[in-house]
Design a protein. Structure first.
Length: 151
């Protein structure tokens, strides 16, 4: 049995999800990607033909025609909750959200709150840490590194 796995990070998937949600072209922001309509059409075609399945879909058994998509989001952007989550919900997909812990407590309207993050977790999404404050780790002292990664 062969399974095709496509791994997409937020840089790749966000324009796709934004386009699916709003029909807006994001090509000017991400010129290295194929035209958004091409990606959108392919995803919609794959979903309609049931060749993309949710990894959490217990009724599906991967075959050589199935594709598995791993959706990876980072930095607590509120658009992940307001734009991407409804699309994930619509198709029954789950994502992995890498959270900068201090940003979730910052009361910044551009970032997800702990309440929204807890809702994602409660709905079956994977929540991971993306450090405490988003500092570059290579120049930190052992104590600061322990805080960023260990807290």
């Amino acid at each position: 049995m062969t399974i095709a796995i496509v791994i997409l990070c937020i840089i790749t998937i966000y324009p796709i999800l934004s386009t699916l949600a709003y029909g807006q072209q994001q090509q000017q922001l991400f010129p290295f990607l194929p035209p958004t309509n091409t990606i959108k059409d392919q995803i919609n075609n794959d979903i309609q033909n049931e060749s993309i399945t949710s990894a959490s879909d217990s009724n599906s058994s991967p075959s050589s025609t199935n594709k598995v998509v791993i959706l990876d989001f980072y930095d607590n952007d509120i658009g992940q909750f307001t734009n991407a989550k409804p699309i994930l919900d619509k198709y029954g997909f789950k994502g992995t959200f890498f959270i900068v812990c201090k940003w979730a407590s910052s009361h910044n309207p551009e970032r997800m709150t702990w309440q929204e993050i807890n809702q994602l977790y409660g709905e079956g999404h994977d929540i991971e840490s993306h450090t405490m404050t988003h500092k570059l780790l290579d120049g930190l002292s052992a104590r600061a590194l322990d805080y960023e990664v260990g807290q």
